[in-house]
Design a protein around this ligand. Structure first.
Ligand code: ADP
Ligand code: MG
Length: 457
């Protein structure tokens, strides 16, 4: 049984999430608790005064459509915990009224996989393209090739995401009743230990049934396999049963099987009999694409150029950490009452989060960028900012424009003034270099070297 308020509120939450960022949802919206409808207002309890301020000041206007749709009202009355008891007493709300209680629908079989972890949301770059292709092939035709599929790589590089993507894909495309089972190694171990502990045939039966009747078995974080004989034996048997019955097995690990100390040799060789591939930490392009994808998916708004800068400065971070930093920057901007995160927000977060990515050394200025570019190409400053149009000058000029745009928080129009050119010419130059950066290694090298020079001292 679920109350009318709760049920409608759940529908609202799903709609709010369409135009409120996930950070906004986590911080301010999800903690709200609906407790009543009074006149034409939905009464909510917020955990703090700050939260209440955010709702009235920032979020209410984005909540109105959903409130109208699901409650047929457009306004809210937000209480804070100190006010809640008095309110409840006043309206005698301790028990929901009978018409507020509705039966919930019988549970239908729900897709158990994380809806965000799909192939579409997975950014493919040079460091993960092979495993991506293999995972896709497995999802499209389970147990045809690549069986078992063994994915390994450091923490936060997308192993769980890929396992869920396979699960989501099969779930969505399945035409027959395929039984897809996802389990972490820890859950598998605990379930087995529990089945043994209750010493009840039914317990063991249920355990066998669950795993040995899988058509696709996804096991995450196999490195946690315990060195207990019983668990490994059970796992070995499960593996063999499924494998011999032509079922697909997909395994992830933070290291290759040879480095899992507690793994029995026979399991090690079973894993090696299929397709094994690692995921490497993302390179610059992949980091940039990931940052851009996350900004798009989370509906963050960032000042132009921050994506490039972060991709450069977060070189030693895994994807989970990069995501966390993006969230923090956007959160901070929100706290400052902004809807677009700026360079200052970025610097503030980077300063706290990662010493190594705070640009040290002399401040980067227009003059230093111009000098560095002129030095690099041994050309004259007058030519760089002048009218000459030969290739030897045009490309350094475009690089200089790109660097000013990516390194300095100055408007394009200001860059235009420096070069005596209009805004569209500046945009053209910047875009030209951005485009080249995607494919041209030479340009990338030049930009990296000049940037390194700028960051010195
Ligand atoms: P692992 O299981 O390897 O520790 P996860 O799969 O949990 O890592 O990934 C950590 C986070 O990074 C997740 O939020 C995931 O969506 C994201 N992520 C990892 N790889 C990618 C990628 N290639 N594209 C987009 N997001 C990714
Ligand atoms: Mg994982």
């Amino acid at each position: 049984m679920q109350s009318f308020l709760d049920r409608q509120w759940a529908l609202c939450l799903a709609d709010f999430a369409k135009n409120i960022s996930s950070v906004g949802m986590d911080l301010w919206i999800n903690p709200l608790q609906p407790i009543n409808i009074e006149d034409d207002k939905l009464v909510l309890v917020a955990p703090s005064e700050m939260c209440r301020t955010q709702i009235y000041g920032v979020y209410l206007k984005r909540m109105r459509d959903a409130l109208k749709e699901h409650f047929n009202l457009e306004d809210v009355h937000v209480l804070i915990p100190e006010e809640k008891d008095e309110y409840i007493e006043k309206f005698n709300l301790t028990h929901p009224t009978s018409e507020q209680v509705l039966d919930t629908k019988p549970a239908t079989l729900q897709n158990p996989f994380n809806p965000r972890y799909t192939f579409d949301n997975f950014v493919v770059g040079t460091t993960n393209q092979v495993i991506y292709a293999a995972a896709r092939a497995v999802a499209e035709a389970p147990a045809v090739r690549f069986n078992p599929l063994f994915i390994y790589g450091g923490s936060g590089l997308g192993k769980t995401h890929l396992l869920h993507a396979i699960g989501n894909y099969i779930w969505e495309h399945k035409t027959t009743n395929l039984n897809i089972v996802y389990v972490t190694c820890e859950q598998f171990t605990n379930a087995f230990v529990e089945a043994v502990r209750v010493r009840h045939e039914k317990g063991m039966d249920a355990f066998h049934k669950k795993y040995r009747q899988a058509d696709v078995l996804l096991i995450d974080d196999i490195q946690f396999i315990s060195n207990k004989k019983g668990v490994q034996e059970e796992f070995f048997n499960t593996f063999n049963d499924l494998y011999q019955a032509g079922k697909q097995i997909i395994i992830s690990s933070d290291r290759p099987p040879k480095d899992i100390a507690t793994l029995e040799d026979r399991l090690r060789s079973r894993f090696a009999s299929g397709f094994m591939q690692d995921i490497q930490p993302p390179d610059f392009e992949t980091r940039l694409l990931i940052i851009q994808k996350k900004i798009e998916l989370e509906r963050f708004e960032f000042e132009k150029g921050i994506d490039y800068e972060l991709a450069e400065r977060l070189a030693n971070f895994n994807i989970r950490e990069i995501e966390a930093i993006l969230r923090k920057i956007y959160f901070l901007a929100n706290l400052h009452g902004k809807t677009v995160a700026t360079r200052e927000d970025m610097e503030e977060v980077l300063e706290k989060e990662c010493e190594q990515c705070v640009v040290s050394g002399a401040k980067i200025t227009q003059e230093r960028i111009i000098n560095a570019v002129c030095d690099y190409f041994t050309i004259d400053q007058k030519d760089l900012t002048g009218r000459k149009r030969n290739k030897e000058i045009v490309e350094p000029r475009q690089i200089c424009i790109y660097l000013m745009w990516s390194q300095l928080a100055i408007p394009l129009a200001t860059i235009g003034q420096i070069f005596g050119r209009d805004h569209t010419t500046i945009i053209h130059a910047r875009d030209k270099i951005m485009e080249l950066l995607k494919t041209n290694k030479q340009i990338k090298k030049i930009i990296n070297e000049i940037t390194a020079e700028l960051k010195k001292e």
